[in-house]
Design a protein around this ligand. Structure first.
Ligand code: ZN
Length: 136
């Protein structure tokens, strides 16, 4: 497995249109993609900045992946995503390195990517997302 770059920084927002006043209107960044992930209860907005992106995560149903985060902590940085060349290999390697993947199989991410999250208790407090694919 090879780590390639910081793919994106995931940020939980309550209302993306409200937060785009910062990223799009103030910073002048381009929203490159908006996508709904109904099985994860999310709508995601990708905002390009240089070689990487912000991913704004907005809840569309109460059983979303970010529901308890929003309730407990409110808006803020949720995860850092690192692009890897092979996410299945990454899951196997994580287990061998004392890291705890949150699933044994990759999940479907935005724009056809395969993703897995690594538990923050095993990474020093960072929810890490490993992403394969999705270049645009
Ligand atoms: Zn992400």
């Amino acid at each position: 497995m090879k780590a390639v770059k910081i793919d994106h920084i995931g940020i939980v927002v309550k209302n993306a249109e409200e937060r785009l006043k910062l990223y799009r209107d103030f910073l002048g960044l381009e929203v490159s993609r908006v996508e709904e992930l109904p099985d994860r209860g999310l709508r995601v907005y990708f905002v390009k900045i240089g070689e990487t992106r912000f991913e704004l995560l907005e809840e569309i149903s109460e059983d979303s992946e970010i529901h308890s985060f929003l309730e407990k902590r409110g808006e803020g940085i949720h995860h850092i995503a690192i692009k890897v060349d092979n996410v299945i290999e990454a899951i196997e390697k994580a287990a061998r390195n004392g890291l705890k993947p949150l699933s044994n199989e990759p999940k479907k991410g935005a724009h056809g990517t395969k993703v897995v999250f690594i538990h923050p208790k095993t990474t020093g407090g960072i929810l890490l997302e490993l992403v394969e694919g999705g270049d645009e």
